[in-house]
Design a protein around this ligand. Structure first.
Ligand code: PLP
Length: 387
């Protein structure tokens, strides 16, 4: 039988996460590959979802999302960042950030348009750009002074006549970079000069460390009017399975997203929306405790990885550490990641899968630290055997 899958999706077979998680299950290795927490979100938020189901909140909510969640998102953006969005026309609820990213790209990129992405990039970006028939233009984040950043000249050189969108993920998975104001100003200047639309993936906006500030690109001069900002409850409240996200943008962009989204899923799960609205209004102190505990876990994992012989890049945000494997005598992250469960009983992700430029990603593997402390301790004890 001929390959039934459309040609534009043929490079996107099974994801590395499925392969590595299967390897973890088969070998009994500790899974520091996939980034989901092993502890639940705030109890009162979980209760709010249950209560919503019990009290009849089980039918289709309005397409754009429950008004109470749209109002909670608008209030949170205003209070935290001084960004005003009209909950009726400028906030839209999606099935996680993943659907927000997909619908935004499908709604805004014509076939053949170019989309700039910073690599390493979150895996859904490449697939959705391909689905849209658009073309991705990677700009590589490279190690510089202990963190990953881009060369402004490479960014400027990536812009061409067909460039339409730039996807900006900060805090950045997997690099751990939180873009500074100066870096964001560089991006904003490129957007203004070339009339680009910025799509910002801010799902780790609350999870930054060492007093690093998350600055939304939309808060920079001239950017609110050309930015589609995306966030989600999954990472903020440790409920990655709830798949409740949102878009905030000027009304014409929200209408564009709506036009696509209404035929994908029409609307998003009602009981979770009610619970997330509650959490945005009441559980941010819980999130601050989560943030602090993640910072401690980051330090614990980094010190263990360094002891094991890796060179690490201290992330300013997210759940992830990038580790350079070369000091241990390895050169290929794929090879090491495939051997690591047998060698040391730990699963990591080869960062190469997040790059178009395989060479740039070859020496790195990604470890997740959103795990219980005893799990991290056990993993680093095992990794110490690599020496
Ligand atoms: C987890 C993640 C997402 C997906 O968020 P959902 O709300 O689960 O769809 C999007 N972008 C990045 C960078 C992520 O790490």
């Amino acid at each position: 039988m001929s390959e039934p899958l459309v040609a534009r999706m043929r490079n996107f077979g099974t994801t590395i996460f499925a392969e590595m998680s299967a390897l973890a299950t088969r070998t009994g290795a500790i899974n520091l590959g996939q980034g989901f927490p092993d502890a639940d979100g705030p109890p009162a938020m979980l209760e709010a979802a249950v209560e919503s189901i019990r009290s009849g909140g089980n039918q289709y909510p309005p397409g754009p999302g429950l008004p109470e969640l749209r109002e909670a998102v608008a209030a949170e953006r205003a209070e935290r960042y001084g960004l005003a969005y009209d909950p009726a026309t400028e906030v839209y609820v999606t099935v996680g950030a993943t659907e927000a990213i997909a619908t935004t790209i499908l709604a805004l990129a014509e076939a053949g348009d170019e989309v700039i992405v910073f690599e390493p990039f979150y895996d859904s970006y490449a697939a959705t750009i391909a689905l849209a028939g658009a073309v991705r233009r990677p700009v590589t984040l490279r190690p510089d002074g202990g963190r990953f950043t881009f060369d402004p000249d490479e960014l400027r050189a990536a812009v061409g006549p067909r460039t339409r969108l730039i996807l900006v993920n900060s805090p950045h998975n997997p690099a751990g970079t939180v873009f500074t104001r100066e870096e964001l100003e560089t991006i904003a200047a490129v957007c203004r000069e070339h009339d680009l639309v910025a799509v910002t993936d801010e799902v780790y906006e609350y999870l930054t460390f060492d007093a690093t500030e998350h600055i939304p690109l939309a808060s920079l001069e001239g950017m609110r009017e050309r930015t589609v900002a995306i966030s989600s409850a999954g990472k903020t409240f440790s409920v990655t399975g709830w798949k409740t996200g949102w878009v905030t943008a000027p009304a014409p962009y929200v209408r564009a997203v709506q036009t696509v989204k209404q035929f994908m899923t029409y609307t998003s799960s009602a009981p979770y929306q009610r619970a997330v609205a509650y959490a945005l209004g009441n559980e941010l102190p819980w999130v601050e405790e989560l943030r602090k505990s993640l910072e401690a876990k980051r330090d614990r994992l980094i010190s263990g990885l360094e002891t094991a012989g890796f060179t690490t890049f201290r992330p300013q945000g997210t759940y992830f550490v990038q580790a350079d494997i070369r000091p241990l005598g390895f050169t290929d992250g794929f090879e090491l990641a495939r051997a690591l469960p047998e060698k040391a009983g730990v699963v990591a992700i080869p960062s190469q899968v997040f790059y178009d430029d395989a060479e740039a990603g070859r020496p790195f593997v990604r470890f997740a630290f959103c795990k219980r402390e005893d799990v991290i301790d056990q993993a680093v004890e095992r990794l110490a055997r690599l020496r």
